[in-house]
Design a protein. Structure first.
Length: 407
């Protein structure tokens, strides 16, 4: 009979862990409920490696699969709703911990630490990379100001907008990526399977091949003999490049180069502006001081060149120069966005101004991505058409030359 590791809440409301034999999860649930224990999560213990994934009460979450970004957002939204409805934090966490999913197990871990006397922000921080530094600091600010429900709601909004932007970029690039794969596969099949069959026909006819045909046949033969080596080399190159870019120096140089590219650079700047201003608005609106808000906001900017420039901005703010002037000196943010932030500083409404900037540049980013995809799709089709057309024309030239010899 299989053994299950389970996490549950006992009659006193404490989170307990244990192991028990049962035919399946349903049987174990019935067995535990009969003893007055409410199961939260359970998983079969298959091996020593699997057993090492269990955690002690209140420890950092260590599971075979960590929670996804969308699951953290869902948990944040649900917790915000419960707290805003007047439910005490501890009871809200109990509600979220009911179930067997990843979110329920995570909520149980946080609940155990809160019951042990830790604040919510401290309990979240102990979960390691599951909750980013920005998330923890916003919750801490909400606890200090007594507006935890508002902070959680804004956090959920912030994460949902970020995920929407990420999904938009991925979805926009998906079709061109598929088109590239199909195009390369089609050309490869033509060169390695179709063209070699015509080579035999030409040899039997004893005709001299036209130069374009000879080139195509040579390329096809190369793909047959060394195609796997080329593919292996490409994979190896990608792995090497990824490891190199994992180093701070090369990554910084790469990100700076990306900012200078004609089409990609403006997209990167727009994305960085939208993310930075959205996060800045949320933090400042929840009482975080401006230097700390800038430091936390740069964490959401994926381009390290932009993120590194934020250090000079933070220094300028601490020296009393304000936000707009140091930001303009970096040369990385659009002048219009900088000017709007300057107005926000003068009126004391940086949070609202940043939110308006974020909305404007999120719309601009979406429109720019659509335009880019609109340009890329026909360009790829034209390239594929030229490649296939060139192969077909080279074969037709050889066929015509054979017919000329016959007559």
């Amino acid at each position: 009979m299989p053994v299950f590791a389970y996490k549950a809440i006992d009659g006193s409301g404490a989170v307990v862990e244990g192991r028990a034999e049962a035919a399946d999860e349903a049987s174990l649930t019935t067995k535990l409920e009969a003893t007055g224990i409410l199961p939260l999560s359970m998983a079969p213990v298959r091996s020593q490696a699997g057993r090492s994934g269990s955690t002690a009460g209140g420890g950092t979450l260590r599971r075979r699969r960590g929670p996804k970004s969308g699951e953290i957002t869902q948990m944040t939204r649900e917790l915000a709703i419960l707290v805003a409805a007047g439910q005490p934090l501890e009871q809200a966490l109990v509600t979220l911990s009911i179930g067997t999913g990843t979110v329920a197990a995570l909520a149980a871990q946080v609940l155990a630490r809160v019951r042990a006397g830790a604040s919510l922000s401290a309990a979240l921080e102990e979960q390691g990379p599951v909750f980013p530094r920005l998330y923890v600091n916003m919750v801490r600010a909400g606890e200090s100001s007594g507006t935890l429900d508002v902070v959680l709601e804004r956090l959920a909004d912030l994460r949902e907008r970020g995920e929407k932007t990420r999904e938009m970029v991925v979805s926009a690039m998906l079709y061109p990526a598929i088109l590239i794969i199909v195009s390369l596969s089609s050309v490869f099949l033509l060169l390695t399977f179709v063209v070699p069959q015509f080579e035999t026909i030409f040899k039997d006819a004893g005709a001299a091949l036209p130069t374009p045909t000879a080139i195509v046949i040579a390329i096809g033969r190369f793909c047959q003999d060394y195609g796997w080596m080329v593919a292996l080399g490409i994979v190896a190159a990608v792995i090497v490049v990824r490891r190199i870019l994992a180093q701070p120096g090369p990554r910084l140089a790469w990100d700076r180069a990306m900012l200078r590219l004609p089409l990609i650079g403006p997209l990167v700047r727009t994305l960085a502006t939208a993310r930075f201003c959205r996060t800045l608005s949320t933090l400042v609106g929840n009482g975080v001081d401006l230097p700390s808000a800038i430091a936390l906001s740069r964490d959401v900017v994926s381009n390290t060149a932009v993120s590194a420039a934020m250090e000079t901005v933070i220094t300028g703010v601490r020296q009393g120069r304000g936000l707009a002037d140091p930001l303009a000196e970096t040369g990385l943010f659009p002048p219009l966005a900088v000017q709007m932030l300057r107005v926000g500083e003068e009126t004391g409404r940086i949070d609202m101004t940043s939110a308006h900037i974020a909305e404007a540049y999120e719309r601009k980013l979406e429109a720019a991505i659509k335009r880019l995809v609109t340009l890329v799709e026909p360009a790829l089709i034209i390239v594929l058409g030229l490649a296939v057309g060139g192969i077909v024309m080279s074969i037709l030239l050889a066929v015509i030359s054979i017919n000329d010899l016959a007559f």
